[in-house]
Design a protein around this ligand. Structure first.
Ligand code: MRU
Length: 355
């Protein structure tokens, strides 16, 4: 069981924390070369950091978004309750338009909107106090939820297993414990002697820059490989499970995650390997009937034409750059949440888990 029974809101090494009217986020675009924190003081800074993926990962952008709303309200503190309400609502709209796919961002913004409604009629400092309390609660809930999730996920990871993962779903993406990568770090801590195969995750290399860095820091044995090596390692018998995070899970279990995840699920099926998703209930969108309703973010062409700013394709090459894909529920052997391991039929198990 990781960590003390009571969790502090912030602790040394956290990638996101709020202090002195400033949101500090570890700049994920600079890792692993540089370990620098950005200081965000208004909602525009937060939108920019989310769009550039300086803060990224479904739960991390939810928490950053919540504090972004608080920053918006704080800038209007001198103008009376109406000004605070208008500024907070503008921040909710701007931040909500930053990235469309991860459910957790909207889950967090909806909670901030509820806090705003509940504090209507209060004076500005009381409103800001309420918004601060709600943003802190969102951060703490995220931490506690993921702690339960990484424990629940242990039933999926056998001793001595080779586990393939894609993109980054560790503490950087999901605060302190992480989700899928958090399950693997905990499996290692429990002495399960696992080995992790890390997809580098083109185009932005979240696997090689972030997951490899996190696993290395935690002492988890891993092998970094190009995305195209997945079929090869599976065919050699090195992989006993595939485990990834998720950005949105539809009511029928269809799951959006980093582009390339669906291909891994198909490969896992072809090799008789279980394919697992790790995601908290805040990632589940019961209003979305199936993956067809999930908006897939399209990102700019230069992310594909270049690596680390250096051109690797002819200038102006036509590009397709979807940030996510949808894995149909039928390919998903189980979804681990903070409420335990869910299995098909997902339309039932997801509703029960969400309570
Ligand atoms: O574009 P990114 O880097 O934000 O994509 C993130 C992922 O796909 C993660 O796997 C996901 O957020 C799950 S972990 C919280």
């Amino acid at each position: 069981m990781p960590g003390p029974p009571q969790e502090p809101l912030y602790q040394r090494g956290d990638s996101i924390f709020f202090e002195d009217d400033t949101l500090f986020v570890l700049d994920q675009t600079a890792l692993p070369r540089l370990h620098v924190y950005l200081e965000l003081t208004n909602p525009r800074d937060v939108v920019d950091a989310i769009r550039r993926l300086a803060v990224r990962g479904a739960m991390a952008i939810g928490v950053a978004g919540a504090y972004g709303v608080l920053l918006g309200a704080t800038t209007a503190r001198g103008g009376g309750p109406d000004a605070v309400t208008v500024a907070a609502r503008e921040a909710i709209a701007e931040i909500g338009a930053s990235r469309p796919t991860a459910r957790n961002l909207f889950w967090a913004l909806e909670r901030m909107e509820a806090a705003l409604r509940e504090s209507t009629g209060a004076d500005p400092s009381k409103m800001i106090e309420e918004l601060r309390a709600r943003a802190d609660q969102i951060a703490l809930d995220t931490i506690l939820t993921n702690r339960r999730l990484v424990e629940a996920g242990q039933e999926l990871i056998d001793k001595g297993a080779g586990v393939l993962t894609h993109c980054n779903s560790g503490p950087l993406a999901a605060l302190r414990y992480g989700t899928a990568v958090g399950v693997l770090i905990e499996a290692h801590r429990l002495g399960k002697d696992i080995h992790v195969y890390v997809d580098e995750t083109r185009p932005l290399l979240q696997g090689s820059r972030l997951t490899a860095w996190e696993l290395g820091n935690a002492g988890v044995p891993y092998t970094l490989m190009p995305d195209g090596a997945a079929a090869y390692v599976m065919s050699r018998g090195a992989v006993q499970a595939v485990l990834t995070g998720a950005d949105r899970v539809a009511a029928n279990g269809d799951t959006a995650n980093k582009i390339g995840t669906y291909g891994l699920a198909v490969l896992a099926r072809a090799h008789g390997i279980p394919f697992y998703i790790a995601a908290p209930c805040s990632t589940v969108d019961l209003a979305c009937a199936s993956g067809d309703g999930i908006v897939i973010e399209e990102r700019g062409p230069d992310e594909v034409r270049c690596i680390a700013g250096q051109p690797t394709a002819p200038r102006g090459a036509p590009v397709l750059n979807p940030a996510f894909d949808i894995t149909p529920a039928d390919y998903i052997s189980a979804i681990v949440t903070e409420k335990g391991v869910l299995r098909a039929p997902y339309p039932e198990s997801l509703v029960v888990a969400r309570g």
